[in-house]
Design a protein around this ligand. Structure first.
Ligand code: FAD
Length: 423
């Protein structure tokens, strides 16, 4: 990516447009305070943060960053973009833990969702067994905070990511996977209801029963159809230690038992917080794949046994299985067309000037799969051309494109994914 600083006049015009949107509703005191408190900023710290992510590879410079104090401010921003010709792009940024600029907006506005958390707690737990346990959670919330809040009531979400310092909106825009996914489905399958601001700036509450098209579009939708502002997450009674019972359900070789006693919190929090860097930032040219079971032996021979041994210890490798029937094909997330598939995570870490070595390695893995006809799908996908995206979505592409035309016809949202407009 070659960052280009948008001209000062462009920034000024953009600020003017957005401010005018708010002054038009300035009879509303909260809208007035929006401008007074300068929640739309273009100072160098705000811009610098919004033009980097965990990957530390892509750097796209926005014109401004919105630090919303209310959901209404976000819909106002998106509506003001719709009124412009051409519109400016808008990217929600949760924790910025994408690795290829997916939450960036060159020349547009990045919405720092974490600012919504500044005013009051946005996690509400419903512990009535009769109506089913659930939590209404602001999309900016981190899963670690959802865990803490729900455990206080003896409850917990049923499906997790391995790492908990990710935002709810960010993981629901992808899928949200971990070891629990095999049994419980990905996080997107464990959501009851969403509040969404579409690319037209409309605020809509949706679920499987109500405005279902939007609900299914947004889950795994890579931020393309709307900005999630609230999710209703399914909870269950927090599991207690019940090792012996668990073992009874398994076929296993007793010599391979590894036993360690830990609380649910410590187990889910086993990776801790990786986000307190002290030195220079590393780059993270990650590749995550879903591999169909029918070709896993070929994949093993060509990748696990042949290519992986060439990696050095600065890569963490994850590998575990999934069950297709625990996924809902109406959602936008893309998985292989087989009952069982596996995920391989190649979590590389390198100095910022050496990430290309790992990109080359990733290309070898993808090249092998292509030559061998192994129909892998990328998780947290990253492609350079629309042709590659069309191939990625396969039979889902016409629906994905139609959903974009319905919910974000001006291509305003999440440009950093590079699906409809180049990053
Ligand atoms: P961001 O990077 O901020 O955003 C990602 C995309 O979602 C962008 O396109 C953005 O515009 C969009 N977006 C963000 N918020 C919203 C919203 N509220 N509404 C609509 N769109 C939105 N993934 C797993 O599934 N399982 C794991 O175990 C896992 N572990 C990880 C560990 C680490 C250390 C890292 C860096 C990533 C990991 N991931 C994992 C990947 C992670 O889920 C995705 O990168 C996810 O997007 C991160 O959430 P975020 O809040 O940082 O999203």
């Amino acid at each position: 990516a070659s960052p280009q600083r948008p001209c000062k006049m462009g920034i000024f015009l953009l600020l003017l447009i957005i401010i005018s949107c708010f002054t038009r509703i300035s009879a509303n005191p909260s809208a007035q305070s929006f401008y007074d408190e300068k929640v739309l900023r273009n100072d160098s710290d705000s811009i610098k943060k919004a033009s980097n992510d965990y990957g530390n590879i892509v750097h796209e410079i926005p014109s401004a960053v919105l630090f919303p104090s209310s959901v209404k401010e976000i819909s106002c921003l998106v509506r003001s973009s719709n009124e412009r010709s051409p519109p400016f792009t808008v990217a929600a940024r949760g924790r910025g833990h994408s690795v290829r600029g997916q939450a960036m907006a060159r020349g547009g506005v990045v919405v720092d969702m974490t600012a919504l958390n500044k005013t009051r707690s946005r996690i509400r737990v419903s512990g009535k067994e009769s109506s089913g346990f659930y939590a209404d959670v602001g999309a900016e919330q981190l899963w670690i905070d959802v865990l803490r809040a729900t455990l206080k009531r003896g409850l917990a979400p049923v499906s997790w990511t391995n790492y908990l310092y990710l935002s709810v909106g960010g993981t629901l825009s992808n899928a949200g996977i971990s070891g629990q996914t095999f049994q419980r489905g990905p996080q997107i399958n464990n959501v009851l209801e969403l509040d969404v601001i579409t690319g037209k700036g409309e605020f809509i509450t949706c679920s499987r029963e109500r405005k279902a098209k939007l609900f299914f579009a947004v889950l795994g939708g890579l931020g393309q159809f709307g900005i999630i502002t609230r999710a209703r997450i399914i909870l269950e009674k927090a599991p207690t230690r019940d090792f012996e019972t668990l073992l009874k359900e398994l076929n296993y070789n007793p010599e391979f038992i590894f036993r360690t006693d830990t609380s649910l919190f410590d187990f889910l929090h086993r990776i801790g917080d990786l986000d307190s860097p002290t030195g220079p930032l590393d780059s993270h040219p990650w590749l995550n794949l879903f591999i169909p079971k029918s070709r896993i032996s070929d994949f093993n021979a060509g990748v696990l046994a042949t290519l992986l041994p060439k990696l050095n210890e600065s890569s963490t490798i994850l590998f575990y299985p999934f069950n297709r029937k625990k996924w809902d094909d109406r959602m936008s997330a893309v998985i292989p067309e087989e009952d069982v598939f596996y995920t391989l995570g190649l979590l590389h870490s390198s100095s910022p000037n050496a990430y290309q070595i790992y990109d080359e390695f990733n290309s070898q893995v993808l090249g092998f799969c292509k030559r061998a006809g192994i129909k892998v799908k990328q998780y947290l996908p990253n492609y350079k051309s629309q042709g590659d995206w069309i191939q990625h979505f396969g039979p889902k592409w016409p629906t994905f494109r139609q959903r974009k035309a319905t919910f974000d016809p001006k291509f305003i949202l999440s440009p950093g994914q590079g699906i409809f407009n180049s990053a």
